[in-house]
Design a protein around this ligand. Sequence first.
Ligand code: BES
Ligand code: MN
Ligand code: MN
Length: 458
Amino acid sequence: MEQTLAFVKSNENRFLEELFELLRIPSVSADTKYKPEVARAAEFIRTSLEKAGAEKVEICPTSGHPIVYGEKIIDPKLPTVIVYGHYDVQPADPVNLWTTPPFEPQVRDGKIYARGSCDDKGQVFMHIKAFESMMKTNSLPCNVRFMIEGEEEVGSSNLGAWVRENKNRLKGDVILISDTSIVANDTPSIEVGLRGLSYVQVEVTGPNRDLHSGVYGGAVSNPIQVLCDMIASMKDKENRITIPGFYDDVLELTSDERIELNKTPFNLNEYKKDLGIDEVRGETGYTTLERTGIRPTFELNGIWGGYTGEGSKTVLPSQAFAKISMRLVPHQTTDKITEIFTKHFTSIAPKGVKVKVTPHHGGEPVVTPTDSVAFKAASKAMETTFGKKPIPTRGGGSIPIVALFEKELGLKSVLMGFGLDSDLIHSPNEHYGIFNFMKGIETIPLFFKNFADMSAKG
Ligand code: BES
Ligand code: MN
Ligand code: MN
């Protein structure tokens, strides 16, 4: 292990240079314009895996963006870790709010600024470099398979089918994922829950064409007004979601579990200050940690309609639209929530308009075990590198494929992420600490070692 860590330390600069090369590729999965760049990022991952010593490395095409697979099976009798991550990134817009261009990585104040630096290229690259370090020092203690996809940020719509078709090469004991956050650099933590997601677009149509707002206004339903009224009715005074049945399946935590959850270090004043808000808002009776960790939500992601260009145009628009995300908690399911939302939204539409609901991607919530060998191996590895035992936390984000791995492969995941909630993932000026990047590369080999040792014992 000492040799591996020495290798990591002496290669820090090269690791960073190589990561910057990956960050320079604008692999935005949502925008077809970047399709060749997404392919280039897949190629880069493939080459990196090969150079690191992986075998059977392959770019697997899907009907969307490709999945990169690679493996190193040293002994079929040893346990196998499946590393999952994604090389695609969110769009960089609004680009003008970036201090330096999103695809020209720059280090400022010990942090790497670039789209994807934290989510998830930087964290995927930690795994490739940790693997390389174990290979170069002859210390890989168990088998490993890599599955790095290019469609996480658009809902992993082709990964499910690929996993089903490739079950034979996905034999393993655990899925290891670094795509989440820790509480702080001096407070290590491991997320043990991810929320699910139901994402829909709604469309309200009034008159059959845009109208003059003077000639017709006041006499015809305005779709934007109707949409706003309908959306406003989706929450009551307590900020509870009014869709009938929405909370039916929600797993309520016991008061002991809630006390435990609220022990996570959290400073409300700093939280508000960081966001530039003077008050938080959410479901009555729950703390901010609970509102983002264990409660379901209904959030507007975008709303548009009518004239939004320069100056003014007097128009009563024919249509209005909104994109809505609902985060789900155990035991809610995407299909049921999408169904009851659609039913409710359609039923509250007033006469004079038509509404249409289009479901987008979704994903089921998950909780991961804290009593598994893999969790203990991760916990011990982080305790060694951070000098503090990590605390289990509940994350607010979603990685929909985690539930699918469980269903299709019968495998649980360990969410050993190294980002910070303040890394601005999905926002302008996304960054990732060099401290976190290096900490990850040091912790991963320890995880492998602990996992191999602990599996052998028990
Ligand atoms: N890495 C994030 C999820 C995440 C971030 C989990 C921080 C926990 C802490 C992932 O790339 C992501 O952004 N997921 C999307 C879902 C997807 C279907 C677009 C999300 O959570 O919005
Ligand atoms: Mn991610
Ligand atoms: Mn993301």
